[in-house]
Write a protein that binds this ligand. Structure first.
Ligand SMILES: Cc1ncc(COP(=O)(O)O)c(C=O)c1O
Length: 394
């Protein structure tokens, strides 16, 4: 989205606000589909940004939903429950009932308890539900391989569950394909073979989260942000020959489509350092790996009415929160920065919008704007955190 349009959006809707460009998102998703080909399916992890669901439900086969709250969002948006994969490390009996009542048919099991709860709920409904057994990568997520193999061996004890295959996700922002993703794909291929030869079990589906890397910072190479999927595609296609393969991602799909608009509220020079105080801050902005403002994200400077001459100076960009932690950028050269200028933080389409500590210090939450080739629409107005951060005493 060009700078002129962003400035017009900042003027029309105000700051701080997030703008998510659905047209850019669609173009990226179509490019990814083209790269991986028809044998590799796409699943969007809505944790990355639930505001993209309206666009993503037409761009992906599946939506990964991992909390009751995320399911409520899908219900409110009338998402087809048949496209939901209900995952999550803490599934209660109520959560499972609620999801099944809502029409969800696909589940992951991350523990022996999940298998038992899913089986009981399926039995109560008298129907068979497909379940992916999530294999742990060595954290609290998923189940141990020994548990997984035990369920496969004893699968006849669970007549109301169809163990359709394996779910595997080990981490995000992983740039070393040889060290991480390729090894994991080889491991999964080996597991499929072992399940067949040792357990007579045909693994029909693999849902795999490759956690591909997206560059956020100015010093990184942004020339081809699709390179990781292009490089991994042959390996994915190879695995897809063995069973139905779905890749589940958030960051890699969504990062590029988002921009955060925040205006300069004040400027000052303290002990030789130029500070710009922004009307947003760390409660909205979180670039993974940002190292407390040491790494500089890609930022466009949009001049406001008081914009100064083009003299360049180094600035520390700080947010509105009364904490020394609220430094978005420790040092960035900007020309003529003045009160009323708008800074557009790029590639912020994933996570920041829900991941920031939005309630800290009771500042208002940002507006959310969806944009496409036809125009822009406000899809969430600002929310007063003060209404949430107070005891209910009359
Ligand atoms: C199970 C699962 N799948 C997918 C994702 C999305 O990861 P990414 O945003 O790196 O694609 C996550 C992120 O935490 C996850 O836990």
């Amino acid at each position: 989205m060009d700078k002129q349009r962003l400035l017009a959006i900042a003027k029309r809707f105000g700051t701080p606000s997030f703008v998510f460009d659905e047209s850019a998102l669609a173009a990226r998703m179509l490019a990814i589909k083209e790269i991986v080909g028809g044998s590799v399916h796409l699943c969007y992890s809505i944790k990355a940004n639930p505001f993209l669901i309206p666009a993503m439900r037409t761009l992906c086969e599946l939506l990964e939903v991992c909390s009751p709250g995320e399911l409520e969002i899908c219900e409110a948006l009338h998402v087809d429950p048949g496209t939901v994969l209900f995952s999550g490390v803490n599934k209660t009996e109520e959560d499972i009932d609620r999801a099944m009542d809502a029409g969800v048919t696909r589940f992951t099991a991350e523990s022996p308890l999940h298998v038992e709860l899913l089986h009981a709920a399926a039995k109560a409904r008298g129907r068979v539900y497909p379940v992916l057994l999530r294999l742990t990568a060595g954290s609290q997520f998923g189940m141990d391989e020994s548990d997984l193999l035990s369920f496969i061996r004893r699968r006849e004890e669970y007549p109301f569950l169809d163990f359709a295959g394996i779910h595997y996700f080990s981490g995000t922002q992983r740039a070393k394909l040889d060290k991480d993703q390729r090894r994991e794909l080889v491991m999964l291929a080996g597991l499929i073979d072992r399940l067949k030869t040792e357990y007579g079990f045909i693994c029909r589906k693999i849902e795999y989260g490759p956690g591909l890397y997206f560059p956020y910072f100015a010093h990184e190479d942004h020339t081809d942000t699709l390179a990781p999927i292009r490089e991994l595609a042959p390996d994915l296609k190879e695995l897809a020959k063995k069973c139905e393969l779905t890749i589940e991602m958030g960051r890699f799909f969504a990062s590029a489509c988002g921009t955060y608009l925040t205006a300069v509220a004040d400027t000052k020079t303290n002990k030789g350092t130029n500070y710009a105080i922004l009307d947003g801050g760390m409660h909205h902005v979180n670039y993974l790996g940002g190292m407390m403002g040491m790494r500089v994200p890609v930022i466009d400077h949009l001049p406001g009415p008081a914009h100064g001459d083009e003299t360049e100076a180094d600035w520390a960009l700080c947010g509105s929160l009364c904490t020394t932690a609220d430094v978005l950028v420790r040092q960035i050269p900007l020309a003529g920065l003045a009160r009323g200028d708008v800074l557009a933080f790029r590639s912020i389409g994933a996570y920041s919008v829900t991941e920031g500590p939005a309630l800290f210090l009771s500042r208002n939450m940002p507006r959310i704007i969806l944009a496409n080739d036809e125009g822009e629409r406000l899809v969430r107005d600002t929310i007063h955190a003060s209404a949430i951060n107070q005891p209910n005493i009359k």
